[in-house]
Ligand binder design. Structure first.
Ligand code: FDA
Length: 540
């Protein structure tokens, strides 16, 4: 990251003013006027690409660039007053200051993958602070560490690591375009989960700008705040600029396979069996299952893709599978050996030779979707699985899927309170429920959302209870929201907070109350402050 002169800091603000003529909202005008007054002595305007208002021709393309869920692209979706894309960290405190003074929300966006669009949508007047220019990645292969800025994508992180070493990796997500800013702050997991835990488990330092505009690192922010930002969800505590991460060892060769039985090929029985064993496999072995309906000319059926990576060669994998999961019938021809970086491409569905695609910041297949998550602590009986298949035969489930990701391994050993992410020992696996639909069905979005809610209701007897746990990175506003305006009681926030964080929610609230007592950084599911917006008893 380069450090800017004062003129470039102030030019960003003048730009906002210069672009303001078409603004209609009072809040907008006040915000801009405030900036203008604050910096009226400066005339340098040279950063033309940092600020976008609705009357700027690039506003819509910048807004849409990172949007990963088309549900939030309609005309009716509330739009930001301004999008600011700072280039230097010293520009950000000014934006925080002006937004605070004018009571305007800031939505912080890194990769824009939030399932409910919270990084770029708000019902009340807001600006987007888009960290798209914060994408530096510095890998120190000798020390096995890296500094990665929040706007970088995890694909680029994997790519930069592989440039320096093919035997180092990092345990983060599967989709290369996911942004580091939101992903690490919500946990972040992928195919190395059972061996090395979450991305957030492997963060060793961070830089954040707090509500007072101070730039802090681990030492100056203190261990409470450092704990909170590793899994407590983005957007509650400040603007996270960058993370220092610990890289992990991966072998020169890993093995991958995908076996895809249908119901006619015993998929139900195989999934049923997998539930008993997948969390107890050798931790070098990760087998997840993606379940979808497939329609052939004769009939529709359900197909389960058992997709796997083993951190070792095929010669070791085959006897291991024979011992632990012989029912799957794995044979040598099903397996391919490759480098770990190639396995990233394999899991993401790209040709394994095309490493450069990891540097792409946008994914080709952006759709309308709604998702939910669940944790499974006791195997679901076969008749329970068959009930899921019945729902998959409904019309709305044409492009629905569930993804079952095994836990166990190191996830059983890390304590529930080590970081805010609490879903550790006792969980066999996590389910992600997803339903997608296309542009032509946009007017019928409610039908698809109702379908996934039916699936979620159906799952209730089979998944975790008290609380019915959920993963914050699979954001779901159905499970509870704050009041964006006015007060939110403790009991109201606790409804969603305990699902994501269990008892860690209370510590998150204590940290929030200390570092942002006025509850400036807030959204529909941000951690509330005890002082400003709610009371422990729920009384206003
Ligand atoms: P985005 O920019 O939308 O931010 C998400 C939240 O964090 C918002 O509330 C935002 O304000 C806040 N935030 C972002 N940057 C911040 C910053 N610098 N400082 C403070 N707050 C900040 N998850 C997973 O664990 N494993 C996986 O394999 C995948 N795969 C996947 C694929 C696809 C296609 C999608 C759409 C999503 C996933 N996810 C995932 C979920 C993903 O981890 C989750 O959506 C992350 O929050 C995305 O982070 P972004 O920075 O991209 O989102």
């Amino acid at each position: 990251m380069n450090y800017p002169s004062i003129s470039s800091i102030t030019s960003i603000l003048f730009l906002i003013l210069s672009c303001s003529s078409a603004a209609s909202a009072d809040e907008h005008d006040n915000f801009l006027e405030y900036l203008s007054n604050k910096f009226k002595n400066n005339t340098s305007i040279n950063n033309l690409n940092l600020v976008y208002t609705p009357n700027n021709s690039s506003y819509t393309s910048i807004l849409r660039f990172s949007i990963q869920n088309l549900r939030f692209t309609s005309e009716l979706t509330p739009k930001p007053l301004v999008i600011i894309t700072p280039e230097h960290e010293t520009q950000i405190p000014h934006v925080i200051y002006c937004a605070k003074e004018n009571d305007i929300h800031i939505r912080i966006r890194s990769g824009g993958h939030d399932y409910e669009g919270l990084s770029y949508v708000s019902e009340i007047p807001f600006v987007i602070l888009d960290l798209i220019n914060f994408d530096d990645i510095t890998v120190d292969a000798e020390q096995k560490t890296a500094w990665v800025e929040s706007g970088a994508r995890i694909g680029a992180l994997y790519y930069r690591i592989s440039e320096r070493s093919l035997t180092l990796g990092f345990p983060a997500g599967v989709c290369p375009t996911v942004g580091v800013g939101g992903h690490f702050s919500g946990g972040g997991y992928g195919s190395l989960l059972r061996k090395y835990g979450l991305a957030a488990d492997n963060v060793v330092d961070a830089r954040i700008i707090d509500v007072n505009g101070k730039i802090l690192d681990r030492k100056s922010m203190g261990e409470d705040l450092f704990w909170a930002i590793r899994g407590g969800g983005g957007a509650s505590f400040g603007v996270i600029l960058a993370w220092k991460i610990k890289l992990v060892d991966v072998p020169e060769r890993v093995s991958v396979f995908t076996i895809s039985p249908t119901l006619e090929q015993n998929a139900t029985q195989l999934i049923h069996r997998w539930q008993y064993i997948a969390n107890n496999f050798n931790r070098d072995l990760f087998i997840r299952i993606l379940v979808r309906r497939v329609n052939s000319s004769q009939n529709a059926t359900i197909r389960a893709e058992f997709q796997s990576i083993f951190l070792g060669g095929v010669n070791t994998l085959l006897p291991l599978m024979q011992e632990s999961f012989p029912e799957l019938g794995l044979v040598r021809e099903d397996c391919t050996e490759m480098s770990w970086i190639q396995s990233i491409l394999y899991f993401a569905g790209f040709p394994i030779e095309s490493r450069e695609v990891l540097l792409n910041r946008t994914q080709p297949n952006v759709r309308y979707f709604k998702a939910k998550s669940d944790y499974v602590q006791r195997p679901i009986p076969e008749y329970g699985l068959e009930g899921i298949w019945r729902l998959f035969y409904q019309q709305e489930a044409d492009e629905a899927e569930i993804i079952l990701s095994p836990y166990g391994g190191i996830m059983d050993e890390i304590s529930e309170s080590s970081i805010p992410f609490p879903h550790r020992a006792g969980n066999l696996y996590k389910i992600q429920h997803l339903v997608y639909w296309g542009e032509d069905e946009a007017v019928n979005s409610d039908r698809y959302i109702s379908w996934i809610r039916r699936l979620y209701s159906y799952m209730a007897p089979y998944v975790s209870r008290f609380p019915r746990a959920a993963y914050i990175n699979y954001r779901d506003l159905d499970i509870g929201v704050n009041n964006n305006e006015g007060k939110t009681s403790y009991s109201q926030a606790r409804i969603w907070g305990f699902k994501y964080f269990k008892i860690n929610f209370d510590r998150l609230v204590r940290v929030k109350t200390k570092v942002d007592p006025g509850n400036f950084f807030r959204n529909e599911q941000s951690i509330p402050s005890l002082y400003s917006s709610w009371t422990k008893t729920g009384e206003d």
